[in-house]
Design a protein around this ligand. Structure first.
Ligand code: FE2
Length: 330
């Protein structure tokens, strides 16, 4: 029977994906923690996950028209992420694995963005621009490991946008609201442009933007527009440098911020100029989803990897280069 895999997620989303090893997506169900005002509160996000996990799991099984006994493997996000919410996913995975007697596989959340992007697009060996809440990294597979070629030195782009949105009086997640306002921005306000090699820094830009908001001299639209233009240009520059360094001619976008149309357009136009290809999965698979974890679980399990029950613990600080990639040719 084709493998069917459940997944549990790590941050604001509790998602369950059911996928076969023939790449057939049977279900992708999720429930996300949101706020009307202010950012993510880890303990509240955990409460959210605890309150919805049984419903999300049963909805996914219903959608796939199978029972838990038809599942061959349980995959879960082991890290990185917020400890509060990772723990809920680990507990759910361990419990179902024990009760239903199914093997477990713990996967790295960041790598799963790359693998689902490769599964869903025609990309073969891309550089990944991974832009989510806590993660902003440029990743490339080289000699048995995913390597981080560049990253934000002081926080993820999504968290940066959420903080900015909070300053502007919006709730969580803040990125979509900023993108909406940016469309009506007309005046480019000068902000720090902080890039060093393939690394970027967002802290100074945030401080500068906060001061500009407090000054009352600038419209919200112009601030959002200027922040997007500045920060996205930094990311595109770093991504292009990584492509040039590795000699790769494919760029793959992943993570929630990769849904941003302006970022997609800027990446596409950079790739066009250097005769490379830019791959953007559909929004449903850029944002955190159960399918990405399930698919990586299948790849790892096919390579003979399993996670023992006692090792099925969260790893909030795990990095992609900690993982020995056994499912790809060296
Ligand atoms: Fe993610």
């Amino acid at each position: 029977m084709a493998s069917k895999v459940l997944h549990f997620d790590s941050r604001d989303t509790f998602g369950v994906g059911i996928v076969t090893d023939g790449k057939k997506i049977l279900a992708n169900v999720k429930d996300s923690y949101t706020t009307e005002q202010g950012g993510i509160i880890p303990s509240k996000a955990m409460e959210h996950h605890v309150s919805c996990f049984d419903f999300v799991i049963s909805s996914a099984l219903k959608k796939a028209k199978i029972s838990i006994h038809d599942i061959d493997l349980i995959a879960f996000s082991q890290g990185p992420g917020i400890g509060h919410t990772l723990r809920v996913g680990c507990m759910a995975a361990r419990t179902i694995s024990s009760v239903a007697k199914k093997p477990l596989i713990g996967v790295n959340h960041c790598i799963s963005h790359l693998e689902i992007g490769s599964m869903l697009t025609a990309s073969k060996n891309p550089v990944l621009l991974y832009v989510s809440g806590a993660n902003t990294q440029i990743i490339s597979y080289e000699k048995g490991r995913y390597r981080i070629l560049g990253e934000s030195l002081d926080g993820g782009l999504g968290n940066f946008l959420d903080t900015l949105a909070r300053e502007l009086g919006f709730g969580f997640p803040g990125g979509p609201k900023i993108a909406e306002l940016a469309e009506n921005g007309r005046n480019l306000i000068e902000l720090p442009y902080v890039i060093k090699g393939m690394d970027i820094s967002l802290g100074g830009i945030l401080t500068n933007a906060k001061l500009k908001i407090k000054s009352g001299k600038y419209s919200k639209e112009d601030i959002c527009y200027s922040v997007q233009e500045t920060v996205f240009a930094m990311l595109v520059e770093a991504a292009e440098r990584a492509m040039s360094h590795t000699g790769k001619n494919e760029l793959l976008l992943g993570g929630g911020v990769a849904c941003n149309k302006r970022l997609r357009n800027m990446c596409t136009s950079m790739c066009k100029q250097r005769k490379a290809k830019c791959y953007c999965p559909e929004n449903e698979f850029c944002v955190d989803n159960g399918v990405q974890i399930a698919w990586l679980g299948i790849l790892m399990n096919k390579a003979g990897m399993v996670t023992k029950l006692n090792d099925a613990v969260m790893r909030p600080y795990e990095r992609v280069d900690d993982i020995e990639v056994q499912w790809k040719p060296k």
